[in-house]
Design a protein around this ligand. Structure first.
Ligand SMILES: O=C(O)C1=C[C@@H](OP(=O)(O)O)[C@@H](O)[C@H](O)C1
Ligand SMILES: C=C(OP(=O)(O)O)C(=O)O
Length: 411
């Protein structure tokens, strides 16, 4: 379904409820499968978390994870330790292009039995679950933190726990820390010193407990962008957020100061307000290696404000739902912008104007659809295959209407 979105006046003082972080939910769902005494509140309603839940509950031999990368990586580790169970785990055609060799090699070194069914290094995989006897492994840490989190999530179930040595520059570090903090909160002991992570086996019983997932900060980014592109004084409240977040994307609160947005933390919500214009700023420079999922939102905000923006640390973007660097360049240039990309950076020159009624291609990437939507505050815009948003934020368009956008199906 293609939709057109039109400029509208923001309905003031709107209150938006976003469900739990997809990243925290997918970790806790896996931990709950290992330790059923754990209860989870405010689980993400994203497709990716639903797929994770279905896969963990499934007794079938074939598990299809569609576009859910984190679920693919976490489940590869999970099924590797399911004794006497054999599964084939597959996904969308894009999933078959997203590399998994670093994780498979590490699991194999620990004793896992995994074979590639199509191309070496990529899904689909055949996994014969077994008891993994080894407890020490090294892996390259620069490509994706998801491989590291996957190993950490099963580590407390290994006979002797795990010692993980991270080689090279470590990427997306907050996601690794999120995994360790969640392990600690259920009672698993861990340490992360220099480039070595250790996880103790669960010698002590994990106690029955209820964990509440904080709402998703990556989803909040689209409202930051709306406020940044709105008139002075505009305001939105979103729930349920905490000042001390496990999610690296909570750095939005400080990054969006560059775009005139002030964040006020209440007990369980945040108020976003446009409190200043950005006339004194000529360019913004950011390293996003700790928060790769908000790169698209930030690029579009800067473009909408006519600001120059230079982003580095983007090396993981090429292997996500689509090559996000190429997708950003192509779509911003359709709108009249000028973008230069390398393997790990994006340089947006300051734009003079924005072309209207451009059809934005979304490449099966939820974040392409949601990142470009706020530009409707500046020009009418068309978003192709708008339903892709359900990967992380199924009620996105309803929430967008609630805050005052006019959305129509393109026939
Ligand atoms: O562990 C996680 O929940 C995630 C880690 C990040 O991936 P990379 O480490 O591959 O950058 C992030 O982009 C992804 O959306 C979610
Ligand atoms: C990269 C993402 O997800 P995944 O890697 O889990 O498919 C994302 O949600 O932006």
């Amino acid at each position: 379904m293609d939709i057109s979105i039109k400029k509208s006046k923001l309905t003031s003082h709107q209150n938006i409820q976003i469900t739990g972080s997809k990243s925290e939910s997918n970790r806790l769902l896996l931990l709950q499968a290992l330790y059923p005494q754990i209860q989870i509140e405010n689980v993400s309603n994203s497709d990716d978390s639903a797929l994770m839940q279905q896969a963990l509950n499934s007794q079938e031999e074939l598990i299809d994870i569609h576009h859910a990368g984190t679920a693919m990586r976490f489940l590869t580790a999970y099924f590797s330790i399911q004794n006497n169970r054999e599964v084939i785990i597959t996904g969308s055609s894009r999933m078959k292009e997203r590399p998994i060799k670093i994780l498979v090699d590490a699991l194999t070194a620990l004793g896992a039995d995994i074979t590639y069914l199509e191309n070496d290094g990529f899904p689909p995989l055949k996994i014969k679950g077994r008891h993994l006897k080894k407890s020490k492994v090294s892996l390259e840490a620069h490509v994706s933190s998801q491989y590291i989190s996957a190993l950490l999530l099963i580590a407390s179930q290994l006979e002797n726990g795990l010692e993980l040595i991270l080689e090279g520059k470590i990427t997306s570090v907050p996601y690794i820390k999120m995994t360790l903090t969640l392990l600690n909160s259920i009672g698993v002991e861990t340490s992360f010193i220099n480039n070595t992570i250790t996880v103790k086996p669960n010698a002590v019983e994990i106690k029955p407990q209820k964990l509440t997932v904080e709402s998703d900060w990556s989803s909040a980014s689209y409202f930051y962008s709306v406020i940044a592109l709105s008139d002075l004084g505009s305001e939105i409240t979103i729930n349920s957020y905490n000042k001390n977040s496990l999610q690296g994307d909570s750095v939005l609160a400080s990054i969006y100061k560059n775009f005139g947005v002030t964040t006020t933390f209440l007990e369980h919500s945040i108020i976003l307000q446009k409190t200043s214009t950005i006339s004194d700023k000529s360019s913004v420079e950011l390293n996003l290696s700790n928060a790769p999922d908000i790169a698209q939102t930030i690029a579009v905000t800067a473009f909408g404000l006519g600001l120059e923006c230079y982003m580095t640390g983007l090396h993981t973007l090429k292997i996500k739902e689509t090559d996000r660097l190429v997708a950003l360049k192509t779509e911003i240039e359709k709108l009249g912008g000028d973008v230069a990309i390398t393997e790990a950076s994006l340089h947006l020159k300051s734009a003079k104007g924005i072309n209207d009624n451009v059809s934005i291609s979304t490449y099966n990437d939820h974040r392409m659809a949601m990142a470009f939507a706020p530009l409707a505050l500046k020009v009418p815009i068309i978003i192709n295959n708008a339903d892709v948003v359900s990967k992380s934020y199924p009620q996105f368009w309803e929430d967008f209407k609630t805050i005052g956008f006019s959305i129509n199906k393109v026939l």
